[in-house]
Design a protein around this ligand. Structure first.
Ligand code: NI
Length: 191
């Protein structure tokens, strides 16, 4: 396993629509392992393949699925717990209902938190690490995590959800900061 560098805006790979995975093989399983390790190390609660420079429809999330349902339960360990891991390949939302508002951050968009409107409940169809079809119902915050990561697969990040002016100011500020030589992100628990 390896910790991979996390790519940040405005890298063009984050704007690309990622390609579906044709075959779930050892290459994909190694990528899933590396993505999980990278996510936990960040620390984050979700990570999509484009965030590590791979434009393919693959994501990991540090949220649990129990009997096909992903929803918060009393007694769940802290967010981002290493005991939680869901891996999705070629995920598609086949049902959605309700509305939920949540303040979201992103490992690829440091120091920006914005409120995003998402579906409260979704049903996802995907492949697991063995190439088997799976169906997951996700609710509430865990539903938000999956929707955030699936946005990455369509080339959408949080900077696409703010105004043109705010985006320009944000990117200018980030450029300056990188120029100052502080390439490291402060730790943040964001998808
Ligand atoms: Ni993100």
């Amino acid at each position: 396993m390896a910790i991979l560098p996390i790519i940040e805006v405005p890298d063009p790979i984050l704007k690309k629509v990622a390609e579906p995975v044709a075959t779930v093989d050892d290459r994909v399983r190694t990528l899933l392992d590396d993505m999980a390790e990278t996510m936990y190390a960040a620390p984050g609660i979700g990570l999509a393949a484009p965030q590590v420079g791979v434009s393919e429809r693959i994501l990991v999330a540090a949220v649990p699925v129990r009997d096909g349902l992903s929803d918060e339960q009393d007694g769940d360990e802290e967010l981002g717990s290493e005991s939680f891991l869901t891996e999705l390949i070629n995920p598609v939302i086949v049902e959605r209902e309700g509305i939920i508002l949540f303040d979201e951050g992103c490992l690829s968009v440091p120091e920006l938190t914005i409120e995003v409107e998402r579906s409260e409940r979704i049903v996802i169809e995907a492949l697991d690490r063995n190439g088997e079809s799976i169906r997951i119902e996700a609710r509430g915050f865990y539903s938000v995590v999956f929707q955030h990561e699936m946005d990455h697969l369509d080339g959408v990040t949080l900077v696409d959800r703010i105004s043109k002016l705010k985006r320009a100011l944000y990117l200018k500020k980030r450029k300056k900061r990188r120029g100052a030589g502080s390439g490291n992100n402060p730790p943040s628990l964001s998808p």
